[in-house]
Design a protein around this ligand. Structure first.
Ligand code: FES
Ligand SMILES: [Fe+2]
Length: 431
């Protein structure tokens, strides 16, 4: 980040702490309909459009480390395989044999130079090309194998992170991320390793679960001993990016020495990224990558929380920790702790337990007549902007009026635009 921008953000932090009302240019946010969290109609629209058109974090290259390695991936329902090709490229395909639809891969993970369907042994190269049809003489003489390769799914990388997109026409991942792609360069995505990845099932709509991580309004109340000592929520600055992405950036409370806290929290061996700038070292910054990734980023970790709908009122939460290196120390895991009684041997960490504690009860309330709509404050602008983008991805003409949010946060609030800067300048000039 350039020094002028850093300086501007610091001034904005102080300005946010001092203001006594929302910024003058900030629109009044209309209530959001409860049906966005409870209606099958909206859920079906999300399934059909939002999840099929967005870039989705699927895997880390450490999960398919060598040529021939493959893994199943079914977080959006459709059966997909991620394949590290013998030629070195990582690709994604439907795990669907072009003969009669059997899976070409049945193990969760594996390694093979060819993918061979277990039903009648049709054989594919790791780039998806169909190269073997058993007893081919019994198909017509003009049977064209070349049009029966595995069907690809768009697959692009941000360093070691593998993203997929079901939409063949989708913009490239780099364009999808826009300015966020550049801001993330300091976090060495091409070098970070996968340290931990666990998933947990939650009993609420995926947006209810995710929104617990998209504002800092709640921090003093549900995280008094965990997050609050590190985050001065009054000094938080939200930034809205194109395509539904957003960032929070908050300094530590002035009485907290954040580097000191980090030094206590970070066991020896966890390597700090020396490319990470001032904010990554001294502030809490967390990015929402539309639609379902929320991650703080610091010089020690890239630890995303990923939210997948498993039904209208259930969610799978993936808790991932990635880091540069940890030497001989145990792999860092920011979000889970050992628990012998759990199937995967882990439980959610105290912070995640705090953030997920109300989900099931909120969902139950939202489904009752006691809940009508959601009024959001300026502090919760990232949530509203996220909902605007959900509707945009679905298509504004497809969302019925009783389920839609009004598109009131305009491009004047989307980075690099920021009406607060002018308002702050006027205030400073007047002082
Ligand atoms: S379904 Fe795969 S070979 Fe027949
Ligand atoms: Fe939280």
């Amino acid at each position: 980040m350039d020094p002028a921008y850093i300086n501007q953000m610091k001034r904005l932090m102080d300005w946010e702490a001092g203001r006594t009302a929302p910024p003058k240019a900030f629109p009044k946010l209309p209530d959001m309909p409860a049906g966005r969290y409870t209606s099958q109609e909206y859920y079906d629209l999300e399934q059909q459009y939002l999840w099929k058109k967005s870039w989705l974090f699927a895997a880390h290259t450490d999960e398919v480390p060598e040529p021939g390695c493959f893994m199943k991936w079914e977080q959006v329902g459709d059966p997909i395989i991620i394949v590290h090709g013998m030629d070195g490229d990582v690709r994604a395909f439907y795990n669907t044999c072009r003969h009669r639809g059997a899976p070409v891969v049945t193990e969760e993970k594996g390694k093979a130079p060819r993918l061979i369907c277990g039903y009648h042994n049709w054989t594919y190269k790791t780039d998806g090309t169909l190269v073997g049809v058993t007893e081919k003489q019994d198909f017509p003489p003009d049977f064209d194998m070349s049009c029966r390769n595995l069907i690809p799914v768009r697959c692009e990388r941000l360093g070691n992170l593998i993203f997929v997109n079901f939409d063949a026409e989708a913009m490239p991942l780099k364009q999808w991320l826009g300015p966020v792609w550049d801001e993330w360069e300091e976090f060495q995505f091409d070098k970070i390793k996968l340290a931990a990845r666990y998933s947990f099932d939650l009993n609420c709509n995926w947006k209810v679960a995710m929104e617990a991580n998209m504002e800092v309004y709640h921090v003093p109340f549900i995280h008094p001993d965990t997050v609050a000592p590190l985050v001065d929520s009054k000094r938080n600055v939200n930034t809205i990016y194109p395509n539904g992405h957003a960032r929070m950036l908050a300094p530590a409370p002035q009485q907290t020495d954040r580097e000191h806290v980090r030094a206590i929290d970070s066991p020896p061996g966890w390597q700090s990224m020396d490319t990470v700038g001032e904010f990554g070292r001294t502030c809490t910054q967390s990015y929402t990558m539309f639609p379902n990734w929320v991650s703080p980023l610091s010089n020690y970790f890239v630890p995303p929380l990923i939210f997948w709908p498993t039904s209208l009122n259930t969610t799978r939460l993936e808790l991932v920790t990635m880091a540069l290196d940890w030497g001989d120390a145990p792999a860092p895991d920011l979000w889970t702790v050992p628990d012998e009684s759990k199937p995967n041997g882990r439980n959610m960490s105290p912070i995640i337990l705090e953030d997920t504690q109300f989900g099931e009860m909120i969902q139950k309330s939202m489904e009752s007549d006691g809940f009508k709509s959601v009024p959001l404050s300026y502090q919760e602008a990232r949530i509203y902007s996220f909902h605007q983008n959900c509707d945009k991805m679905i298509g504004l003409n497809r969302v019925p009026e009783h389920l839609a949010v009004e598109q009131v946060i305009g491009d004047d609030w989307v980075y690099p635009n920021d009406p607060r800067v002018a308002e702050m300048g006027q205030l400073e000039a007047a002082e």
